[in-house]
Design a protein around this ligand. Structure first.
Ligand SMILES: C[S@@+](CC[C@H](N)C(=O)[O-])C[C@H]1O[C@@H](n2cnc3c(N)ncnc32)[C@H](O)[C@@H]1O
Length: 320
């Protein structure tokens, strides 16, 4: 329904502060969702927003914004990992709000949540392999590795074993069926997060190839940014945040210290990013109002103001 709040934008005030939209400039909202960031950017300045999303179900909302903002708003359907192909224009700021939207989580039939029985799907793009395909076909060891790496689940081997035992009898078809298998290994405790959360996170990351998308999307955005342009990222778990932090520090000319007791080692070449922030957390008020903000972290980077910046990854060999 038009106007109904379906997804509360996370850290919106901070996103606007660090993106700092200005009249006449062009911004990319790489994760359009319900358009919360896009609309706020368009209202903050007489600028243009190009919005990207891989989920075809957001297109109605994009049409609504098009009616409101005309030529100042454009929607491009696709994956932000393809920003190098989706965006040809020079961009003054990119914003990424990583992960799933409330609409995706709340629509049971999308299969992202184990709160309601639904087909085990989890595809943001509504095409390609599903989570059911993975749990019903992947070799036990690979499944255990996937749940360990993407879910940081210590009991991944036992969970993978139970999945394989179950599918010998019948394929795993629904969210609640998978959650019940996880509960045979890890018991539910109302004071801690549901033990199925980590396994579901792992499958969602695999189905949507989320970490590769993030790495490719941020790298391409850094290249497309105009000198002095800003890149703002809101992420929600440690695997994503590690990618953002590492890439920002690398492009900001810092290599991680070999020991946490030693300072970070600056690289002498002019870095692509002039300024890289530390992680910024949402306020307590926002977390109380919107519990989905609790695990959010915002990081931003500002591209060096000169065109002659050294692209560390692409040009490193030319100088060494
Ligand atoms: C957290 S929501 C964004 C919410 C948005 N900021 C708002 O205020 O309404 C994330 C959105 O990004 C989209 N998304 C996630 N990964 C993507 C990718 N690799 N390429 C394009 N869109 C992606 C999802 O489909 C989802 O709609």
């Amino acid at each position: 329904m038009a106007g109904m709040i379906k997804h509360i934008p996370v850290m919106l005030k901070e996103v606007l502060k660090y993106l700092s939209p200005k009249d006449g400039e062009t911004y990319v909202d790489a994760t359009f969702g319900n358009g919360g960031y896009s609309k706020a950017i368009l209202d903050a300045a007489n600028c243009k927003v190009i919005a990207i999303d891989r989920d075809p179900t957001v297109e109605n909302r994009a049409t609504e914004l098009k009616k409101l903002y005309g030529n100042r708003f454009e929607f491009r359907s696709g994956c932000f990992g393809n920003i190098d192909r989706l965006i040809e224009e020079s961009v003054n700021g990119f914003v990424f709000d990583i992960g799933v939207s409330s609409m995706q989580l709340d629509e049971a039939e999308r299969g992202f949540s184990f709160a309601k029985e639904a087909p085990l799907d989890m595809r943001m793009s509504c095409c390609g392999i599903t989570a059911a395909d993975i749990v019903n076909t992947m070799a036990e060891n690979d499944l255990a590795d996937l749940i360990y790496r993407y879910g940081e689940e210590r009991k991944s081997r036992q969970i993978a074993r139970k999945i394989v035992e179950h599918r010998h009898n019948k394929p795993i078809e629904t969210t609640t069926e998978l959650a019940a298998i996880v509960y045979t290994v890890l018991h539910r405790n109302k004071n801690t997060i549901d033990p199925a959360t980590r396994t579901f996170q792992a499958l969602r990351i695999a189905v949507n190839d989320e970490l590769t998308e993030l790495q490719n999307g941020l790298r391409a955005a850094a290249d497309k940014l105009a000198p002095g342009g800003r890149l703002v990222v809101v992420d929600f778990h440690s695997l994503e945040d590690r990618i953002v932090k590492t890439l920002f520090n690398t492009l900001g000319g810092k290599t991680a210290g070999v020991s946490r007791y030693l300072p970070e080692t600056p690289v002498t070449k002019t870095p692509l990013f002039a300024n890289v922030s530390k992680a910024i957390a949402p306020t307590a008020e926002e977390c109380a109002f919107n519990p989905r903000a609790r695990s959010a972290k915002l990081r931003f980077a500002v591209k060096s103001a000169t065109d002659e910046t050294n692209n560390l990854e692409n040009k490193g060999d030319e100088h060494d």
